[in-house]
Design a protein around this ligand. Structure first.
Ligand code: FPP
Length: 226
């Protein structure tokens, strides 16, 4: 079965920096560079969709200084990579709540989405201001708001932030933690999982190859016998 949709929980940026006596933010910068390496290989290997956890609702608990620097990294990444992303045929979409984000920031997110909308080579779904439970709450409200009194599971899926995306085939996490932290909570019931000890800033393009090999070993039965 083809690996169409890969989810990545990019963990260990802080530890990577701290191990080098650097500020945690340096780890996030290197994490972003690692992500760029993975994106290129994902296109080569014809993965259709990459979902990445960029900022969770729980991440608001971090010190203001780290949050501020992360947000400025996101903003500069949106500005700097815009043309590159479009030239590579990448479509960027966001998932998460936009309610409590600054209007100017939301405008930049939407502008990147429309600027890259025609990308056909890879969709990157950036989970931003996202939590699995918040997503589920929002999509139930969305379905009910459309007059669906007793939504089915398919109604819920149809009301995701990006309903056109397939379910994640595989979710991987770096830095040794073995949990999903609510990443694509509603969508991950039958997703294959893999956990790697390597800290995210140390991930290179070959990690995509390793992940594809690991995925190819899995027998997906979806509760059936084959
Ligand atoms: C978790 O590492 C990582 C994050 C909270 C942020 C992820 C962000 C990036 C990789 C950079 C930019 C991405 C985009 C899409 C522009 P951690 O800080 O929790 O690491 P730790 O567990 O070692 O402290």
């Amino acid at each position: 079965m083809k690996l169409r949709h890969l989810g990545i929980i990019m963990d260990g940026n802080g530890r990577w920096a701290e191990a080098r006596g650097l500020e945690r933010f340096e780890g996030h910068k290197e994490g972003f560079n690692a992500l760029l390496r993975l994106i290129d290989r994902a296109i080569e290997r014809e993965i259709e969709c990459l979902s990445v956890f960029a900022f969770s609702i729980e991440n608001w608990k971090r010190p203001e200084d780290e949050r501020r620097k992360l947000f400025s990294l996101f903003e500069s990444a949106i500005e700097k990579e815009r043309t590159n992303l479009k030239d590579k045929g990448i479509r960027v979409v966001f998932s998460g709540s936009r309610e409590n984000l600054e209007k100017s920031f939301v405008a930049k997110m939407s502008s990147l989405e429309s600027y890259t909308a025609s990308g056909k080579n890879l969709t990157i779904q950036v989970l931003f201001n996202y939590s699995g439970s918040d997503e589920i709450t929002r999509l139930i409200r969305r379905a009910v708001g459309k007059g669906i009194k007793s939504p089915t599971f398919d109604d819920l899926l149809a009301n995701r932030d990006n309903p056109e995306l397939p379910m994640p085939d595989m979710i991987v996490r770096s830095a040794g933690e073995k949990r999903l932290s609510g990443f694509l909570l509603l969508q991950s019931g039958y997703t294959e999982l893999a956990f790697y000890d390597r800290l995210f800033p140390d991930w290179n393009a070959e990690m995509i190859d390793n992940i594809i090999i690991e995925y190819s070993k899995r027998k997906r039965k979806f509760g059936g016998l084959i």
